[in-house]
Design a protein around this ligand. Structure first.
Ligand code: AMP
Ligand code: GLY
Length: 426
């Protein structure tokens, strides 16, 4: 069958690699894709990723058997609903179900109703009441814009002043517009973070291998937050016992709850977790695959991704086996100097073929083609993925790949997977 993938980041490149590896995939199209994806798929321009009708027309014209939505915006805008109503199979939740990511207030209400462990919270749309609450609770405290804010709507305030400044910025200065018209004030959770992605058909939920992201720009988890500087899987902090709790206390009640609400959730559910002393608690839900988690999770999937996705769409996940490799994978993100602030673009990238030749996957995120030469075109330029029998060897492999790639002032963290390595050495 022909498949259409929506998105243009490293996550979509990782999805594309796995989709074209399926014997069920005749031809892959990507909207809009990127130069790396363009090497294994046909990139499509001229249609916005949120234009459901346009995507439906294209899907009919090209006889697309499955649309895979990578990023959240088309989902929260209802692209999956338009496609499903038009008779096109789509992997990704409806607009109503994607509210789990689209509105933190909605996610918190669902978690409270179905008793899913998460941080205590209060919701405010009035700045003066929010300020009183901050003074009452003290710091640390977490201030979150309700809606989508391109990953920038969360402030983990270490002091009361920082929290008050975040309240002012969101509720008074309207920095995030409508997305910040309501704020969620949350208890600060202590522990180690992990991501658990899961396949679900709305009834059955099957967790993927747990992974861990590295959000800070500098080694030792210092400096400002980024979109993610690297990942590894499996994450040993999610022991089999913790995973069982994630399944029983979080994934299953959530999927059952969404069904009961009349908003069945189908697709990939992303649970951002804090593994606290009292067990796993939800930091956030996302309605899509994680980036850069997908880059390390999907290579470990032994089953056919297209078959599993079709089972999610068709409500047949219970009888579809989802098998995982016992290997480990590590992704190191190479960024342009200055990221997450301002950075240069247009620098030539070399060594990609050499890194691939030693067995690394390259997932491009911010690249462009200029006169036939691949150049940098974003903050996070690409991810180098190493796979091996254990985390240490997988990290060594990824860094071997990184050493073969160069562009002007390339920056990357040198300690990806450090938590896993410390834990495994204990
Ligand atoms: P989010 O966009 O909700 O994933 O939040 C961004 C980051 O803020 C998370 O990855 C955590 O590191 C941190 N964070 C969010 N909520 C909390 C919380 N309640 N306690 C501690 N850290 C948090
Ligand atoms: N890795 C964080 C995210 O995908 O939201």
């Amino acid at each position: 069958m022909n498949i259409l993938l929506i998105g243009s980041g490293g996550r979509e490149h990782a999805l594309a690699l796995k989709l074209v590896a399926s014997p069920l995939c005749d031809k892959l199209y990507a909207l809009p894709g990127n130069p790396g994806i363009g090497e294994i798929a046909e990139n499509i321009g001229g249609i916005s990723i949120t234009d459901g009708e346009g995507i439906l027309r294209f899907s009919r014209e090209k006889e697309i058997g499955l649309v895979v939505v990578g990023s959240e915006l088309p989902l929260t805008e209802g692209v999956a609903d338009v496609l499903a109503a038009g008779g096109v199979k789509v992997f990704g939740p409806s607009k109503a179900a994607a509210e789990l990511e689209g509105s933190k207030v909605f996610a918190k209400k669902i978690m409270s109703k179905y008793r899913i462990p998460t941080a205590h919270c209060e919701v405010f749309n009035d700045a003066s009441r929010a300020r009183v609450y901050v003074r009452q609770m003290g710091a640390p405290i977490v201030v979150k814009a309700d809606g989508l804010a391109a990953g920038k709507g969360v402030v983990v305030a270490r002091t009361v002043d920082e929290a008050l400044a975040a309240v002012d910025s969101m509720l008074e200065e309207k920095t995030f517009g409508e997305a910040g018209a309501r704020v969620v004030m949350e208890e600060f959770l202590e522990g180690e973070e992990a991501s658990v992605l899961a396949f679900t058909d709305g009834e059955t939920v099957k967790a993927m291998i747990p992974s861990q992201d590295h959000k800070c720009i500098f080694d030792g988890d210092k400096g400002p937050n980024t979109g993610g500087m690297g990942t590894y899987a499996p994450a040993p902090v999610v022991t089999p016992e913790v995973m069982e709790r994630v399944r029983q206390e979080i994934l299953e009640p959530l999927i059952a709850g969404m069904k009961q609400e009349g908003k069945p959730y189908k697709g990939c559910l992303y649970a951002g977790l804090m593994i606290t002393k009292k067990g796993p608690k939800v930091i956030e839900f996302n309605c899509r695959f994680g980036d850069p988690e997908t880059q390390v999770v999907l290579p470990l999937l032994d089953s056919d991704l297209v078959e599993v996705m079709l089972a999610c769409v068709d409500g047949k996940l219970a009888e579809t086996p989802v098998k995982w490799s016992a290997d480990a994978a590590v992704c190191v993100v190479m960024a342009a100097k200055g990221y997450p602030g301002s950075y240069a673009k247009g620098d030539a990238i070399t060594g990609l073929a050499e890194a691939k030749a030693i067995g690394c996957n390259i997932c491009e995120a911010g690249t462009a083609l200029k006169d036939g030469v691949k150049v940098t075109n974003g903050g996070r330029v690409l991810g180098v993925v190493g796979r091996a029998g254990d985390i240490k060897s997988a990290a060594a492999k990824a860094y071997e790949g990184v050493e073969r790639i160069s562009f002007k002032d390339a920056y990357y963290r040198r300690d990806i997977a450090h938590r896993a390595l410390e834990r495994l050495e204990q």
